[in-house]
Design a protein around this ligand. Structure first.
Ligand code: HEM
Length: 645
């Protein structure tokens, strides 16, 4: 019933869904209980004494009786569901996914443990701990009596994304969380609408477009100018200079700068406009506070034009809200947001910026059609290309926003973490620089040259392995159940018996599943004992690449299967182009922890943890995409043999 009602309504109407759920859980049993005496009276059945006194109990007992009945009703429903699942499982010859057994009813203690870890813990560490505690790579969290599967299993992730694609979709709960923000865009739709978007978007990323480095150059040189200004040691830059400190170049937030670079580059590609976020005021070292993801952009002077700063802020805040909802789960967040949708304000700001662009594109299309002018796809922006396919302004805006999300934060994240590695491993930065100078000299690079930058590609891949810009993702199984392939070898030796080991896991229908590329890509049983080590050579030495060649889905930063990223090559080119130009001019990269906003340095307890957190010098967080909490504050040093900008 729930599913039918949901499909009849707007997928973003979480209030209606919550009311329907509460009706099923709380109201329906009360109705049934109250109608019992009438039914029994009408059909004149004599009841045994305990039951007749139950129905004729005094009003003071009525509340406890109702609560008891609600409890019994829901327990019975859960039992029925579990019986039907075990029958189905038996028929499919599968075993259940191991279930987390918390100390409190509904695994509330597990939920609290996760919430605590999201605040102070290392990224996704709470999930890794649970996998290790239960010695398995796919687990049912069963929060508030609802199945919620998490997996770091390479084989199961491959099944969700590729080999068993038809069994999964984005699902009701994800649409509910994202509907107001991403609407009918490619990230929030399945089936026909998704296919239509994909078919329409793919031709736009043809080779000619992804190898046209002209727009990369425009925004790269603009970014390098800013870095150059910031990196010139000067006592005059008083806003960041601390008394009693030697005068050095200014620390700046590289993550913020790269996000601006990526947003301006993407906006020029997608809707032919330079949003020029690179020109709005930058966060200032020692003054900046924490923003929704990185550092807080400066509050705009009320008299100056907004310059898209409010767009960028609302765009980040909307991602935070969406992630927070996913963490709270499909029951809790709609209750907390019942009277106030926390994304309403953010989305209004976003639409205020995008709607005029969409209207303009539709108007231009009409004018061009009237005058009989037809321009080829290679000369169009994505917005113009979209406007050719539909006149529906909401559909165009939603898809445009999805592409902005796809291209901006992911690419900025990749550049941020490469910079982090260049700062903590200067020898790797040096090696990258040597390759760049050998292959490209001092000129802006070409498509062919970038293809030959083997070490650069290895660094990008190694960064994407340890810090995938989409570190976790969610799908939902469709209404029918399915069976996972055999688990990956992570805990192979710990299964209780060999017959048990041979049994596949049962994936129930209509159930959310979260997969965790960040954990899969750091899994020692797949990548070897040095899985946590940043070592670009693993992508060059053929004996070491053999693991990945034989098993490509152990590395899925761009996803896999029918929904694989459409901008993968574009992203490699954009990041490589930027890094080539950067390394032509700069040879030292240092972290500036003293400039990190308060509360953004890794907590001391991480030192006693396991894996990368022990040596982490920044705080990685996730809000749809990965980011450095408080921003990545760094100093860049100009190479003595650099070329003048
Ligand atoms: C380092 C950069 C990037 C990374 C790591 C990345 C990663 C991903 C991932 C993991 C997905 C799958 C999301 C999901 O199914 O839930 C995806 C999808 C997508 N990406 Fe990227 N992406 C990057 C850059 C880009 C760029 C630059 C563009 C376009 C300009 C782009 C366009 C898309 C599109 C359109 C999809 C949706 C595909 C679909 O649902 O069919 N991506 N990307």
């Amino acid at each position: 019933m729930q599913l039918t009602m949901m499909s009849m309504t707007n997928p973003g109407n979480y209030r209606l869904r919550l009311l329907l759920d509460l009706f099923q859980v709380l109201v329906l049993p009360v109705i049934v209980l109250s109608s019992f005496p009438h039914i029994i009276n009408n059909i004149n059945i004599p009841l045994p004494l305990p039951l007749s006194s139950f129905f004729s109990s005094s009003p003071s007992l009525s509340l406890p009786i109702h609560i008891l009945f609600i409890f019994l009703w829901n327990t019975a429903l859960r039992l029925l569901n579990s019986l039907s699942q075990s029958f189905d499982r038996h028929n499919l010859g599968a075993k259940p996914i191991p279930c987390v057994k918390g100390k409190w009813p509904g695994n509330i203690d597990v939920l609290l443990r996760m919430m605590q870890s999201f605040k102070r813990g290392y990224i996704l560490d709470v999930y890794l701990q649970l996998f290790e505690e239960y010695r398995c790579t796919t687990l049912n969290l069963n929060i508030l009596w609802r199945d919620h599967i998490i997996t770091m299993d390479q084989e199961h992730t491959k099944f969700v994304l590729a080999t068993g694609f038809q069994h999964f979709w984005r699902g009701r709960y994800q649409k509910e969380r994202m509907e107001r923000f991403l609407g009918r865009g490619i990230f929030n739709r399945d089936d026909e609408v998704w296919s239509m978007h994909r078919a329409n978007t793919r031709p736009f990323f043809a080779r000619e477009r992804i190898s046209d480095f002209h727009s990369f150059e425009t925004f790269t040189s603009r970014t390098l100018d800013i870095i150059s200004n910031l990196s010139t040691p000067s006592p005059l830059v008083g806003s960041y200079h601390q008394p009693h400190q030697p005068i050095t170049s200014a620390p700046f937030d590289a993550q913020d700068l790269f996000s601006r670079f990526a947003l301006d580059t993407s906006s020029s590609l997608l809707f032919g406009q330079n949003l020029d976020t690179l020109s709005s005021p930058l966060p200032i070292a020692f003054k900046s506070r924490m923003g929704p993801k990185g550092s807080e952009p400066l509050t705009q002077d009320p008299d100056s034009p907004d310059l898209w700063g409010s767009f960028a802020h609302a765009f980040e805040a909307a991602q935070q809200v969406t992630t927070h909802r996913a963490r709270l789960g499909s029951l809790v967040w709609p209750i907390l947001e019942f009277f106030k949708d926390r994304n309403k304000g953010n989305v209004e700001v976003i639409h205020r910026w995008l709607d005029p662009l969409v209207e303009q594109a539709i108007g231009n299309k009409k004018r061009m059609m009237e005058s009989g002018v037809v321009s080829p796809i290679g000369e169009k922006t994505f917005l113009e290309h979209l406007a050719d396919s539909t006149d529906d302004p909401v559909m165009i805006r939603d898809q445009l926003l999805s592409l902005l999300l796809a291209s901006r934060d992911t690419t900025a994240c990749l550049l941020t973490f490469v910079t982090y590695f260049m700062a903590i491993y200067p020898d790797i930065a040096q090696k990258m620089r040597t390759e760049v100078l050998e292959q490209c000299g001092r000129n802006p690079s070409t498509y062919e040259q970038i293809k030959n930058l083997r070490y650069m590609k290895a660094v990008l891949n190694e960064t994407l392995r340890l810090y995938p810009p989409v570190p976790l993702n969610v799908r939902e199984s469709r209404s029918s159940s399915s069976v996972f392939p055999r688990s990956d070898p992570t805990f192979a030796s710990t299964s209780s018996s060999s017959s048990d080991m041979d049994m596949p896991l049962y994936m129930p229908g209509s159930t959310p599943i979260m997969f965790l590329p960040l954990l899969t890509q750091r899994n020692k049983s797949l990548w070897g004992p040095d899985a946590d080590v940043f070592d670009p050579e693993r992508w060059i030495d053929p004996r070491r690449t053999a693991r990945f060649v034989a098993n490509p889905t152990m590395f899925t930063p761009f996803s896999a299967g029918p929904r694989i990223c459409l901008g993968q090559n574009y992203a490699y080119n954009e990041a490589s182009y930027f890094l080539v130009r950067l390394l032509q001019e700069y040879d030292t990269f240092t972290l500036a922890p003293e400039a990190q906003p308060l509360g953004s340095l890794p907590p001391s307890e991480w030192k006693s943890g396991k894996g990368r957190q022990v040596e982490e010098r920044i705080w990685p967080g996730a809000a749809l995409t990965l980011f450095v909490k408080g921003g990545l504050w760094v100093r860049f040093g100009k190479a003595s043999n650099s070329i003048p900008t």
